[in-house]
Write a protein that binds this ligand. Structure first.
Ligand code: HEC
Length: 162
C-alpha cells in the first residue's frame, strides 16, 4: 500500500517535470525566430531571398552566399594577421549550380560573372606571398555580380575589402 502511494507521487512529479521542460523549450522558439530575422534583414532586395516575408523558404543559393560571406570574412581576418590561405581550408563553393530565389538570374551574364569570380578565387588561392591584392580582386568579383543581381548585400560585401 505504502509503495503504491509512493509510485503515484513519483509519477505525478515526473509528469510535472516533463511538462515544465516541454513548456520551457516551447518558450524559446519565438526568441530564436526573432534573432534569425534580425541577423539577415540586410538582403531584402532585387533577386535576393527575402527572409522577412519568407523566413522558412531560404533557397540553397542564398545559403551558399551566406557561407561565402562568412568564408571571406575569415579569410580577411587571416590575411590581416599575416597568414596564408588555401583552398583546402576554404574550399570553392559552386553556388551557381544551386537553386536561387529568383530563377530569372540564371542567364548568360550571371554565369559570366560566376566564371570571373571563380577565376579570382583560384588566383587568390594560388597567389604566392602577399595575398591581399588577390583577395581584394576576389571581393571585386563579388561586387561586380552584385551590381547586376541582388544589390541588397552590396554595402556589406564592400566592407569585406581590405
Ligand atoms: C555570379 C553572381 C554572384 C557572385 C559572384 C556573388 N554573388 Fe552573392 N548573390 C548572388 C545572387 C543571385 C544572390 C541571391 C541568392 C538567392 O537569394 O537565392 C546572392 C546573395 C548574396 C547574399 C545574401 C544571402 C542571403 O542572406 O539571402 C550575400 C551576403 C552575398 N550574396 C554575398 C556574396 C559574397 C561575399 C560574394 C563573393 C565572395 C558573392 N556574394 C558573390 C550573386 C552573386
Amino acid at each position: 500500500m505504502h509503495t503504491n502511494v509512493k509510485k503515484i507521487i513519483y509519477s505525478v512529479l515526473s509528469l510535472v517535470v516533463a511538462l515544465a521542460i516541454v513548456q520551457a523549450c516551447g518558450n524559446q522558439q519565438p526568441q530564436q525566430a526573432e534573432q534569425v530575422s534580425v541577423q539577415t534583414d540586410t538582403t531584402n532586395a532585387d533577386n535576393c531571398s527575402n527572409t522577412i516575408t519568407d523566413p522558412n523558404n531560404t533557397k540553397p543559393m542564398a545559403l551558399n552566399m551566406r557561407h561565402m560571406a562568412a568564408q571571406a570574412d575569415s579569410i580577411k581576418t587571416k590575411l590581416k594577421n599575416g597568414l596564408q590561405v588555401d583552398s583546402l581550408l576554404h574550399p570553392f563553393v559552386p553556388f551557381y549550380l544551386s537553386e536561387p530565389t529568383d530563377p530569372n538570374v540564371l542567364e548568360p551574364k550571371f554565369f559570366d560573372n560566376a566564371k570571373l569570380y571563380r577565376e579570382a578565387y583560384v588566383n587568390l588561392m594560388t597567389a604566392k606571398g602577399d595575398q591581399v591584392q588577390a583577395y581584394n580582386a576576389m571581393i571585386g568579383a563579388c561586387i561586380n555580380c552584385h551590381q547586376s543581381y541582388c544589390s541588397g548585400p552590396l554595402k556589406r560585401i564592400r566592407k569585406l575589402t581590405m
